[in-house]
Design a protein around this ligand. Structure first.
Ligand code: ZN
Length: 226
């Protein structure tokens, strides 16, 4: 399908910052004024553009980020209602600002509940979503991981499949939460082996930490056999 080739990168909201191009560049001179593929299609024909967007919504995994730039607004991502209605797969990321990490943890819990409510309202129209993951990133993260995972895990209107946590980079950290084929939460190791029950209700901090850092029996056995 030709649209697959035109999809330059996964759709991201808010959009990633555009890297400035060098002032003197042969490419810049020859490509001046050249619109991106998506824009080119829109300019050519509205109907083809709508078809292109339907293709993207059906096939691409959208990345929706909640960070300092948008977490204090009621509308989190600037996308059309039509796009929201059509999209199927989405990775939600929470990138915590340092101001949030400085909060006493009872305030942080309230802040996470507020964010979860905003996310629920913003995702109300995404009725076709059948794949949704959450990733929580923070530099000193334990309380944020805890409240973020537990509040979003139990949000009835958000069909999460997986919740992962990381600290200073986007690579997956310790164990993560994943839904099994029966729709039950499980804690799994980075190699996706079952580690512990994920609790369908909220965990307490002590159980949460134990599950997060629980050793994987399957990985341990592999190490012994090496
Ligand atoms: Zn394992």
């Amino acid at each position: 399908m030709i649209y697959g080739h035109l999809m330059e990168r996964p759709p991201t909201y808010p959009p990633l910052p555009v890297r400035p191009r060098p002032i003197f560049s042969v490419n810049r001179i020859t490509r001046r004024g050249r619109p991106s593929n998506g824009n080119r299609i829109m300019l050519a024909n509205r109907q083809i553009y709508d078809e292109f967007m339907r293709f993207i919504c059906k096939n691409a995994t959208f990345t929706l980020t909640l960070n300092e730039s948008n977490m204090h607004y009621s509308k989190l991502w600037s996308m059309t209602q039509e796009t929201m209605k059509q999209m199927r797969k989405c990775n939600l990321r929470i990138v915590a600002p340092s101001s949030m990490l400085g909060q006493f943890h009872a305030d942080m819990e309230n802040e996470i509940v507020r964010l979860r409510n905003i996310v629920e309202r913003n995702m109300e129209q995404m009725t076709r979503l059948d794949w949704l993951t959450l990733h929580v990133r923070a530099s000193n993260p334990l309380w944020l991981w805890f409240y973020g995972s537990q509040e979003f895990k139990t949000a009835q209107s958000l069909p999460f499949k997986e919740i992962s946590l990381s600290s200073d980079c986007w690579t997956r950290g310790e164990n993560h939460l994943s839904k099994n084929s029966s729709g039950q939460w499980e804690w799994r190791c980075p190699f996706d082996h079952f580690v512990a029950d994920g609790w369908q209700e909220k965990q307490q901090i002590r159980e949460f930490c134990a599950s997060l850092y629980a050793q994987c029996a399957e990985c341990d056995e592999d190490k012994l056999n090496q």
